[in-house]
Design a binder for this molecule. Structure first.
Ligand SMILES: [Zn+2]
Length: 400
């Protein structure tokens, strides 16, 4: 019998060969992200119809054979909540996956709860129980126990069965394209996020002046480089709120910087010379070379806008109940507010609202426009009905 843990390079090559031939593979990783700049892989798990096996990345080292498969357009890679796996692929070989399928995302198109844990998806789709007692394990320790390995392999063992059930159902219900485009969007979002300048992820930047923004950009860039160089998480170099605080206060001596009490902590204090140098550099930038102010997405909404958004939210909840699809996946309150501003108050500067595009338009776009235009109303449905509300179109049109 083959061992379920691969730690020799030739076995790894053989596995990759096997995966290519199989054409579809379930994939999961275990990793540790607490103390390094980027998460560290502790284990990779694979399952095909014939085999279920884990790969020890600490023993194998170069895994590019696998990442090449993950990012090619031949092999379907099936994951559960695969954001981390997409990031690994992207960061390790610079290419995103091309044929990815996510059973967690897909399940949100077949029921109203999203996101469901792996155990919950297994329970719902296959009516089987999986054990999740090893979730707090340290995946970088060696040797891994048999229990750890068994648990890790459970994460891929049921995935292909679920994938088959789901895809049969999705095709039959005409939702396969919805799922595919949403998976692509998840990948595109991660790719976009990965290529953004480090300061983009900080919140509240639209409140900063151009000079403050210059300080913030330089500090964030310095922090990123420092974190990469020391292989520490970015937040351990300098917390987000402290970056913002420093950008506002712009201290140019260590003494001034120490006015913020948290900066007295030893892990920050020893970097304050660097911090002050970065700030001094940013202060020397000529006015005309300062970055432009960050445009704020309008946060505050008028009372009218809020009332209409609530009405749309009810309509959307009911539509999601009709279709048995997760509302979380379709739209959040920000999306609804965006639609209200666009349609009702004629604000066009943000482009077409997301909710009027692709599968979302199909699910609810027209309905919500009709609600705003007074073409459709609703009332509480009789207790025997399958949805809480009943849409009523003018001119006796039916809701479907
Ligand atoms: Zn796992």
């Amino acid at each position: 019998m083959q061992s379920s843990l691969i730690s020799h390079h030739e076995d790894f090559i053989e596995l990759c060969d096997h995966i290519r031939k199989a054409g579809v593979v379930a994939f999961d990783t275990e990793f540790v992200s607490e103390s390094t700049y980027r998460p560290e892989l502790g284990l990779l798990q694979f399952a095909t119809d014939e085999r279920s096996v884990a790969v020890d990345p600490l023993a194998i080292g170069d895994l590019s054979l696998w990442w090449d498969i993950m990012s090619d357009d031949q092999t379907t890679v099936v994951v559960h909540g695969g954001q981390a796996e997409i990031r690994f692929c992207l960061q390790l070989i610079g290419k995103p996956p091309q044929k990815l399928y996510d059973i967690q995302l897909a399940e949100g198109f077949r029921g109203r709860s999203y996101p469901l844990s792996y155990a919950a998806v297994v329970q719902r789709v296959l009516n089987q129980h999986v054990d999740s007692s090893q979730t707090r394990t340290d995946w970088l320790r060696r040797p891994l126990s048999n229990d750890q390995l068994k648990y890790a392999l459970e994460d891929v063992d049921h995935v292909l069965n679920i994938w088959r059930r789901q895809t049969d159902w999705l095709v039959k219900h005409g939702r396969m394209e919805w799922v595919s485009s949403e998976i692509q969007r998840m990948i595109d979002d991660i790719v976009a996020d990965d290529s953004m300048a480090p300061w983009h992820r900080l919140s509240g930047t639209h409140k900063l002046s151009r000079r403050e923004l210059a300080v913030l950009q330089k500090l964030a860039t310095w922090r990123e480089e420092e974190a990469a160089f020391r292989n520490r998480p970015v937040r351990r170099i300098l917390r987000d709120d402290l970056v913002i605080d420093l950008a506002k206060r712009k201290p140019q001596t260590v003494q001034q910087a120490l006015a913020t009490r948290d900066l007295n902590r030893p892990e920050y204090k020893r970097r304050l010379d660097d911090v002050v140098n970065v700030i001094t550099d940013a202060m020397a930038i000529p006015d005309k070379e300062l970055p432009g102010k960050v445009r704020s997405r309008r946060q505050e909404s008028s009372s009218d806008e809020q009332v209409i958004s609530k009405l749309l939210s009810l309509s959307l909840s009911n539509r999601c109940a009709e279709l048995d699809i997760s509302q979380t996946l379709v739209a959040n309150n920000k999306d609804l507010a965006e639609l209200v501003r666009h349609h009702r108050f004629g604000e066009q500067d943000e482009g077409a609202p997301r909710i009027l595009e692709g599968w979302r338009q199909e699910v609810c776009g027209q309905l919500l426009l009709d609600v705003m235009d007074g073409k459709v109303g609703f009332r509480v449905a009789p207790a025997s009905a399958s949805t809480p509300l009943e849409f009523r179109y003018e001119d006796n049109q039916s809701a479907d």
